[in-house]
Design a protein around this ligand. Structure first.
Ligand SMILES: Nc1ncnc2c1ncn2[C@@H]1O[C@H](COP(=O)(O)OP(=O)(O)OP(=O)(O)O)[C@@H](O)[C@H]1O
Ligand SMILES: [Mg+2]
Length: 1111
């Protein structure tokens, strides 16, 4: 009963009512935390704590808004009120049954009625009711409770259990606190009611109580019990209250309890004595009383009284807690439960003063308040990120839990880390980057603050795995997935699904938020994530979509029959030469907006981007050259510096006109310089591929889609939406427009493209012959999440695949697929299956595979390569190790140029050539290929291509000059950079793989060093600077030359000084660099501190002298 009471309290007053210790963990912002006993000025808190459990008085540090928010939501929670009613009903029935069992079957109606000494009839009936209602609530779990509260309830139950044990209670006390609390509630209500109904009620109550108690006491209480109760209750309550209450409360409570108990028991005894004689008239009197009650209009129902009592108590508690809190601080909760400092930071760091209406609505949604899972979907540029960030801050600051923010690309992760580092520094939480080769598994435990992990899809999966493995999922309060529609994106989609299913299965308390602009089947995703949905079509700047067909512009209008409504003719006078060169009138369309406004031209291929940029500037007037001339020459200089003196010839030609191209062939430094110049208006046009559309916030006044294709594939609706969604810059443009250039042949398909509903997003666990499902099952077994086929099936019921099994499992039923996977895993020696086919266990190879996130297709090959490597590992050069970590999945992306291959091969040392021959690429093979001769002895072409890529990496590590290596191997510098970052990521995977397999111990130290070298393929002195998120080689060189030589230098730098000493570094960027450096420094220092603490902590199981003697 006590526990029941507790649950009711928790539900109503929310998680704010906690002991100081738990408050420290969940609620109190760092700045407010402090040890010590409850200060005297916290009377409400003390009272609440004494109501909730027999724990010492607590202090409440909560925000007013949250208190009321939760409180209000509960008042509106009809389910709770319904539960109260149900519970009351149950209690009635229970009483009936109890009486029946006690032989009261003939008088079932009277069992709920008890006597009180002071004629306050309601009090006793409420005592009974309170307990009964709470019983009902205890037995019936709150399905609608947010997981956090369920968790909290469990914690509270635990703490109550503990406190009981400490108290040495051997019997379940019929809720002395409940009685005490109910008495208090009742007193208060009674007082109120008494004012209204004094005369009538007093009379009736006296009558009713007398009868009821007579009946009950006569039957239940013997004289012996009365006496013993009287003595024992008096003594026990006096003692217990004296011990438990604080000094301040002790006297009052002791006096009150002693007095009350003594009085009550004495009264009962007296009544017992007298009522025994008048038993016969009881039934009559009761009937009379009840009739009287029923007839009385002012009679208040027990439920109503109870509700009122509980509610008024809660209001009073909340009010007083609020007063206490606001007397201590006036700054908790004004900004969606967050301190007003967050609002200031939003303004200062983001320039955001007010939230959009939809953002406010979304943040105030009931399901958001209750921490339910949520999917929200709004058009591009709708401001979705801000809502997620506020929820993250709330989780970090108010609930003191860690958060995981999943973004699709490394560049986006870095951008977010840079953007949120300042928030972390100001609000005292860690921002940790999990991208490329960065990120620790499991993450460092933070004792004093919480972490926000910002991760790519792959890293997020490894992170969740490591948290599950170390039993730390309960610390992960929130997972946010940006671009949730990527669930439908091949193998990456499968990884998102695995991550989210694991979170759902292993931690009910972790909230999941997904956002997207392009979701066609939200219902499926809602079912999968057990999430609510919020959709709005808000866009800060209106988007007008057009298509160009022949010489006319048509507006996209789904209401029109063929979706296109004629808008205007294109009246451009093109010479015949120009018409030939630019048949699509791109020049005419862009010159309508540039250079005053910005323009993005999406092109189907990389080459086309360069061609379009080059073509446009050929026909631009000289005026364009004058526009922001100086800044453009600075940009060119920086582009040259970033290439160690080399400058892309196309950019050299286009940048003076304010134009550039943007695709994956550029190095990340070049891309970044181009993006920054475009954002600041130095460049007015970018010819780009669809990759620019995903994520990076580079809006334009006009977006032109050069054709409805990406390479040879017709655009998908979601791709189209992402591209046109870049049109319209909030705060700058009043309108954004997109123009899709169409050929007559594409007209029909284009109609579907612009008007059809969004594509559906399907599970990808069965993608690529069920690779995702295979690796999911392997990791489930490896992580001990499941250890039998039944459990695997149980887990899979919580996946998107299960929701969509009819559409996705075509060949076999889902359960047949599962069986098939188990067989394959067993065949590959990744798991073992017990004789009865039920128990699954991971093998060492299986463990290494999932721990290293190694694609199952390659795990056997990798094992073979590493084993072979051990036989004759070449250590006087990097080549062999580099070969072993050259990613298998990059092989297909590059065809060797045989002449280059041969030339490079001849430059290798004899031992390197020998090693190459040993892995299967002998000189003779390469020489024959280079000479164009046919090769009799066939070689494994995958191995040959892998060796070619290894040579690229090998050259790069030696000279660190991307440009010259790109030129030598005739590959784009962007590709080489991608190869480098994939290799560093794969190298860390191989390292984790070898860590699980004893036979590979010699690789560990070597691979750990190689990972670092591949991650920062630069001069050693630049590495500490490049560890800072988003600082690339060129910027690192600038910083180094300016005297900022270490992380500490950067972390302590004055941003203004940085700006003045580094050319073309804007204040905002300088601030972000310094903040990121500070964050990284803090992170490193905290990790070291954790290590120190661990080293200095006395082991709990340290054998003592006494133990030694015993042995
Ligand atoms: N309340 C606001 N007031 C002013 N600007 C805002 C507000 N909320 C967001 N923004 C700005 O709007 C821009 C777009 O926001 P955001 O990147 O969150 O869009 P999105 O909905 O995620 O779009 P996409 O689907 O393209 O990723 C950002 O520059 C952001 O700073
Ligand atoms: Mg976004």
């Amino acid at each position: 009963m006590n526990a029941g009471r507790l649950q009711l309290k928790v539900k109503r007053v929310s998680s704010r009512k906690r002991s100081r210790d738990s408050l420290k963990t969940y609620l109190t912002p760092a700045s407010k935390r402090g040890g010590g006993p409850c200060p005297q000025q916290c009377p409400t808190a003390c009272r609440v704590s004494s109501m909730m459990a027999d724990t010492p008085p607590v202090e409440f540090c909560s925000d007013s808004e949250d208190l009321f928010g939760d409180y209000d939501s509960i008042l509106e929670d009809s389910s709770l009120l319904a539960k109260l009613d149900d519970a009351e009903q149950n209690e009635r029935q229970r009483n009936v049954q109890t009486s029946a069992q006690n032989g009261d079957a003939d008088q079932p109606d009277f069992t709920g009625l008890r006597a009180t000494k002071d004629g306050v009839q309601k009090r006793v009936s409420e005592d009974v009711l309170s307990d009964s209602i709470l019983d009902g609530l205890t037995d019936e779990p709150f399905e609608d409770l947010p997981p956090s509260q369920l968790l909290f309830q469990e914690q509270m139950k635990e703490s109550v259990k503990r406190s009981r044990l400490q108290d040495g209670e051997t019997t379940s006390t019929p809720s002395k606190n409940t009685e005490r609390n109910t008495e208090r509630n009742t007193e208060r209500n009674t007082e109120r009611n008494t004012d209204r109904n004094t005369d009538r009620n007093t009379e009736r109550n006296t009558e009713r109580n007398t009868d009821r108690n007579t009946e009950r006491n006569t039957e239940r209480n013997t004289e012996r019990n009365s006496e013993r109760n009287s003595e024992r209750n008096t003594e026990r309550n006096t003692e217990r209250n004296t011990e438990r209450n604080t000094d301040r409360n002790t006297d009052r409570n002791t006096d009150r309890n002693t007095e009350r108990n003594t009085e009550r028991n004495t009264e009962r005894n007296r009544e017992d004595e007298s009522k025994r004689t008048s038993r016969r008239s009881v039934a009559d009197q009761l009937k009379r009383t009840m009739l009287c009650n029923a007839a009385s209009p002012s009679s208040v129902s027990r439920t109503a009284v109870l509700k009122e009592a509980v509610v008024s108590e809660e209001i009073s508690v909340a009010m007083q807690a609020m007063e206490t809190v606001s007397s201590q601080t006036t700054d908790l909760g004004p900004f969606f439960g967050l301190p007003s400092k967050v609002k200031d930071l939003m303004h200062k760091l983001r320039g955001i003063q007010t939230l959009y209406d939809w953002q406010e609505t979304c943040l105030n949604l009931d399901c958001v308040q209750r921490r339910r899972n949520l999917i929200y979907s709004l058009p591009t540029s709708g401001g979705k990120t801000l809502v997620a960030e506020i929820l993250i801050l709330r989780e970090l600051l108010c609930r003191k839990k860690d958060c995981l923010f999943i973004l699709p690309y490394i560049s986006l992760v870095q951008e977010k880390v840079r953007g949120l580092a300042s928030f972390g520094l100001e609000l005292d939480f860690m921002v940790e980057e999990y991208a490329g080769s960065k990120g620790r598994f499991p993450p460092v435990k933070r004792r004093n603050n919480n972490s926000l992990y910002i991760a790519t899809i792959e890293k997020a999966h490894s992170l969740v795995n490591s948290l599950i493995e170390t039993g730390r999922m309960e610390n992960l309060g929130l997972v946010v997935v940006d671009e949730l529609h990527m669930l439908g994106d091949g193998s990456r989609g499968a990884i998102i699904e695995m991550t989210l299913s694991k979170v759902l299965y292993t931690s009910r308390a972790t909230q999941i938020i997904g956002m997207s602009a392009t979701l066609g089947n939200i219902k499926d995703l809602q079912t999968f994530l057990k999430a609510e949905n919020y959709t709005n079509d808000f866009r800060p700047v209106q988007l007008k979509e057009y298509v160009k067909l022949n010489d006319s512009i048509y507006e996209v209008d789904p209401r029109e029959e063929d979706c296109f409504r004629f808008c205007r003719p294109l009246n451009f006078k093109y010479s015949s030469g120009m018409q030939k060169l630019d048949p699509d009138h791109i020049i005419a369309l862009v010159t309508e907006v540039i250079p005053t406004h910005s323009c993005l031209v999406f092109c189907p291929t990389k080459k086309n981007c360069e061609n379009v940029a080059g073509m446009i500037c050929k026909y631009l007037k000289e005026d364009f050259l004058q526009h922001r001339q100086e800044e453009k020459s600075v940009l060119l200089q920086h582009l040259r510096d970033s290439g160690n003196g080399s400058l892309c010839p196309v950019l050299r030609r286009t940048v003076p006109y304010g134009l550039a191209y943007h695709h994956s062939g550029l190095t990340s430094e070049e891309r970044k310089l181009v993006e920054e110049a475009y954002s600041s208006g130095v460049l007015c046009l970018l010819a780009c591929t669809s990759t620019l559309a995903a994520g990076i916030n580079l809006p334009a006044r006009r977006v032109i889609l050069r054709s409805p294709y990406v390479a040879a594939d017709f655009l998908k609706r979601s791709q189209y939406k992402q591209m046109v969604g870049r049109a319209g810059r909030a705060g700058i443009d009043t309108v954004g427009e997109s123009i899709l250039i169409l050929q007559e042949k594409d007209r029909n398909m284009a109609r579907t493209l612009v008007c059809a509903p969004m594509e559906k997003c399907f599970s990808n666990l069965m993608h690529d012959e069920g690779k995702g499902l295979l690796s999911l099952i392997l990791s489930l077994v490896g992580l001990n999440i499941t250890s039998s086929c039944d459990q695997v099936r149980d887990f899979l019921r919580g996946t998107l695949l299960y929701v969509q099994q009819e559409q996705t499992c075509v060949r076999r039923s889902l359960w047949e697929e599962v069986q098939q996977c188990v067989d394959v895993l067993k065949e590959k020696n990744l798991i073992t299956v017990s004789a009865d086919g039920q128990t699954l266990q991971v093998t060492q190879l299986g463990k290494a595979t999932y721990k290293g996130s190694v694609d199952l297709t390659y795990s056997e090959v990798l094992y073979g390569d590493l084993s072979k490597g051990l036989e004759g590992l070449l250590l006087n050069s990097n080549l062999h190790l580099v070969y072993l970590v050259t990613p298998y999945d990059m092989i297909s992306q590059c065809k060797p140029d045989w002449m280059t291959f041969f030339r490079q091969f001849t430059l290798l040392s004899a031992s390197e050539q020998k090693m190459s021959a040993a892995v299967g690429v002998p000189e003779s093979f390469v020489a024959r290929k280079a000479a164009g001769q046919t090769v009799k002895k066939t070689a494994n072409m995958e191995v040959v291509s892998r060796m070619y890529l290894a040579l690229v990496l090998f050259s790069l590590l030696k000279e660190t000059n991307l440009w010259s290596v790109a030129e030598r191997f005739q590959l784009s510098r962007g590709f080489i950079q991608t190869l480098l970052s994939s290799s560093s990521a794969f190298c860390s995977c191989v390292l984790h793989f070898t860590e699980e397999l004893e036979e590979f111990w010699p690789f560990r130290a070597l691979l750990s060093e190689l990972t670092k070298r591949l991650s920062y393929c630069v001069r050693a002195e630049l590495i500490p600077l490049m560890e800072v998120a988003g600082v690339m080689e060129f910027r690192a060189k600038q910083l180094h030359d300016a005297g900022y030589k270490s992380l500490t230098h950067l972390a302590n730098a004055d941003p203004s000084a940085l700006c003045s000493s580094i050319e073309n570094l804007f204040k905002k960027q300088a601030n972000q660099i310094v903040a990121s450096a500070k964050m990284l420094l803090n992170e490193k220092a905290a990790a070291l501190q954790e290590e120190v603490d661990e080293l200095l902590t006395l082991p709990l199981d340290l054998p003592r002298a006494a133990d030694a003697e015993r042995h």
